[in-house]
Ligand binder design. Structure first.
Ligand code: EPZ
Length: 430
């Protein structure tokens, strides 16, 4: 199994191209199931999660080609992928596929809307929390679906004439349930109003693509989304928006190691809260024509408290990385996680590098130390693992990060991007 070897101590200088967002690409790919026409997505990142979803969509009958070639032959960066689901050959998403990636549960929306039925395995527990599916079930029920859970599967059926527009106010903000209800409502009879909807940029990107396919969605980016159902959707061409989590991760890496880096092909407006927190640590951040420049020269890292929140708050997907940065601050900071109940697994691994962190409920108290020292560490989830990479870049000596497959799920060409900026990072295959 691959590991990542880091020799810390170098500043980062150069340009890092930011990839298309994983968490936008996944729902966009799933949206292709809503039409028998071709959906072409540009700027799709080359990641293990994308490859897994390609397999899942293929199981439902999607014909998929990469850059005009067949799936698996295309190895290029920022790929263009064509998805054509002329016929849905199966409305079942089996446990073996869904258990590997939670987002694959989201096929329930398009399958139910287009075919009138779906049988999708429950995604099961996940390392960062229990992550139930009650909001999906209640929301789809509000659109007229009949849902039963049996043998670990969610069996959903639409009324004879198809889903019907309805009103659903999410009791809790959920990105995934907002994606699914928005997709399902596009083909429902009548108008759907979703209240307390997620406002994440990835939801806006999905709405933009669905509208290009002929949907009638308004209010995306606000808490109330209105979807006027249409009889069918067509194909479209859509460019996946930049990855705000990758952007924030590399910005935090520079804030931690020091240096001067331009993050290219990204957009500061996607992560204002996180950039503001990084600025308060002492780094300078400015917008360029095509992205963001981040500089930290000489000055130390100031302690900053953060609380994760749904967009536009501080993203939970950057919490671990920010904790990595705070381990070397000049004081005490508090990091509070409000989205997932168990998203602190990086704490014990950061401690192996010499970090001083104590946990009390959902808040971590981080006492900055003047130096971290490299050690073997283990990645426990995607964002936790990249926080270890960042900390390793700023630690003295060698850090070996194992279970790298977590990183491969969400960071495209991580070693290459960091190495080009002067870091010592290499993949070691055993
Ligand atoms: C998305 O997950 C992202 N995944 C996550 O990124 C991200 O951390 C999360 O949103 C929050 O921003 C993708 O986009 C593929 P939620 P999602 O539904 O949609 C609870 C990463 O590292 N909830 O917004 O699954 C849930 O347990 C991943 O890239 C219910 O209670 O998250 C959580 O506490 C990790 N019932 C909260 O809502 C439900 O039916 C928010 O989860 C659904 C969710």
């Amino acid at each position: 199994m691959d590991r990542i070897r880091i020799v810390g101590g170098n500043e980062l200088h150069g340009v890092i191209p930011i990839s298309g967002a994983k968490n936008a690409a996944l729902p966009l790919m799933i949206a292709s199931l809503l039409t028998d026409d071709t959906l072409t997505l540009e700027n799709v990142p080359h990641l293990a999660d994308v490859e897994q979803l390609i397999r899942i969509l293929g199981n439902h009958g999607a014909d998929i080609s990469v850059n005009g070639r067949r799936e698996r032959q295309g190895e290029s960066y920022a790929r263009t992928i064509h998805f054509t689901s002329r016929n849905i050959v199966s409305t079942t998403a089996p446990y073996e596929l869904v258990s590997k990636m939670r987002a694959s549960f989201w096929v329930i929306g398009p399958l139910l809307a287009r075919e009138g039925k779906a049988r999708v395995s429950l995604p099961g527990g996940c390392a960062i929390g229990t992550r139930p599916v009650d909001l999906f079930i209640d929301g789809l029920t509000a659109l007229g679906a009949n849902i039963e859970i049996d043998g670990g599967y969610v069996n959903a059926t639409a009324p004879a004439g198809g889903l019907v527009g309805g009103r659903y106010v999410f009791p809790k903000i959920s990105v995934g349930a907002t994606h699914v209800l928005m997709m399902a409502a596009t083909l429902a009879n009548g108008t759907t109003v979703l209240g307390n909807a997620a406002r994440e940029p990835e939801v806006v990107d999905l709405a933009k693509c669905l509208n290009a396919m002929g949907a009638k969605i308004t209010g995306q980016g606000t808490s109330t989304i209105t979807v006027e159902g249409v009889p069918s959707l067509s194909g479209a061409r859509h460019r996946v928006l930049p990855d705000r989590i990758e952007t924030g991760t590399y910005a935090m890496a520079v804030a931690m190691t020091g240096g001067d880096v331009i993050l290219e092909d990204t957009d500061a407006s996607l992560l204002e809260t996180a950039l503001e927190a990084i600025r308060r640590t002492g780094a300078e951040i400015s917008e360029t024509n095509s992205g963001i420049r981040i500089v930290r020269n000489g000055a130390g890292i100031k302690p900053v408290d953060i609380v994760t929140d749904p967009f536009p708050g501080f993203p939970t997907d950057l919490q671990a990385q920010f904790m990595g940065l705070m381990t070397k601050s000049s004081g005490v900071s508090h990091i509070t996680e409000t989205i997932f109940e168990n998203r602190f697994m990086h704490v014990q691994e950061l401690a192996r590098l010499g970090a001083k962190i104590s946990l009390s409920g959902q808040t971590a108290k981080v006492e900055g130390v003047s130096r971290l020292k490299g050690a073997p560490v283990m990645a426990t989830d995607l964002r936790a693992s990249v926080s270890l990479v960042i900390a390793g870049l700023a630690a003295e000596g060698e850090t070996m990060v194992s279970r790298v497959y977590h990183l491969d799920r969400g960071f495209e060409r991580l070693e290459e991007k960091l190495t080009r900026c002067g870091a010592h990072v290499e993949r070691v295959s055993d």
